[in-house]
Write a protein that binds this ligand. Sequence first.
Ligand code: EPZ
Length: 455
Amino acid sequence: MNSLAKDSTAAAKRTGLLSNQIIINGGKPLRGRINVRGAKNLATKAMVAALLADTPSVLKDVPAISDVRVVTGMLEAYGVTVTETGDGELTLDPGNVLKAHFAKIDALAGSSRIPILFCGPLLHRLGEALIPDLGGCRIGDRPIDFHLDALRAFGAVVDKSYEGIRLTAPDGLHGADIDLPYPSVGATEQVLLTAVLARGVTELKGAAIEPEIMDLIAILQKMGAIINVEPDRVIFIEGVEKLSGYNHRALFDRNEAASWASAALATGGDIFVEGAKQQELMTFLNIFRKVGGAFDIAEDGIRFWHPGGILKPVVIETDVHPGFMTDWQQPLIVALTQAEGRSVVHETVYENRLGFTSALIEMGANIDVFEEGLESISRRVPRRPLEQAAVIIGPTPLHGADVEIPDLRGGFSHLIAALTAEGQSTVSNIGIIARGYEHFTDKLQSLGADFVYEG
Ligand code: EPZ
């Protein structure tokens, strides 16, 4: 079994999926109502933040996804007691933080990127941190140089050992001036989680300002932190002596909401996404409307549907917030295979996030991927060639195929493509989807999808 299949099987087990493969009979519109809970990309970080406190935290709307299980396991390995105190509610008690056995964290760290964010909190609590090889989606190199440079600026000493990366802070951590070469989401979170308890003031320039980061800042403020978000991606953090636990309802998962919206459009369906909110989805909603999708914003969610008629092509360039998110392009591309004309999707954040299109091509889509990207658009992340463009010409009917899921968002796109396609598809490695989509097979069932578990 290759490592992707292993990760997928483990994620399927963690989330109670009945198997790692399904057979879909596509060609039927998805219709109905589903709900989205807290964002994977906030809830997992909020859980790490609980390590910084001296009293328990309560996090609400935590999704039942594999990445949450992995972070739970990591926290437990460090002595944090994680208790389910309600439906989607976790109480995290950091009263007894201790060094973890390497084998325990090594077994978990390979499944996610989140462990890198343990560095600052562990340095504060234990004076050292050990980060084994990281996992997460295989969507490019995904280096951690911004993280390590920032930690060094706080006074951490970074050593590479055979087990991974070992960090120590012989003189404690102090405030720092940090200028990120790119508004990295993870590196911004790293700085926030470290600076809040560091001695003195930290000035972070070039910060990411995604809604999930703003929600993390709100959590840290509840805990007692002093954080000022200034214009032009500058954040000031005044270190404090101690932080207490928080009580917080996680921001909804806008990536999941956008995925279901795209599923409604691609399959010619109509889905009410309970829990979705307009503010954090504005850029997505504009593109959805331009393509020809309809939406209606209600107090408790957003209804997305295909109003009939012809879908229109668009040109999209992925970007940091408030631009069009890299996580939204994959599901939308499936809908674009049904638009009349030529669409262009330029991926500028990751270097390997269009690989999933090969399965769509096998299903009948007309997509060309240009490895070098398009000359007219500049590189976003310094030093590395990060661009790729997909040109999609539609409409093309899709037909069933056997597809193996490569990563989280690409995998959800494969699901949508199989549901849009006429005929039967076998979709394997669906456990990868369970990393970030809660109860997705139950939701598919309630939307009228025709599928059976296999194996
Ligand atoms: C977060 O990844 C999300 N993951 C990603 O979601 C999301 O696509 C991404 O932000 C962008 O919004 C989580 O929150 C767990 P970055 P992150 O640091 O923090 C390069 C999903 O499907 N870079 O903003 O890892 C990096 O390689 C996922 O939910 C460096 O070069 O993203 C990438 O090209 C996948 N050095 C770019 O920056 C570094 O030290 C953006 O990465 C760090 C990043």
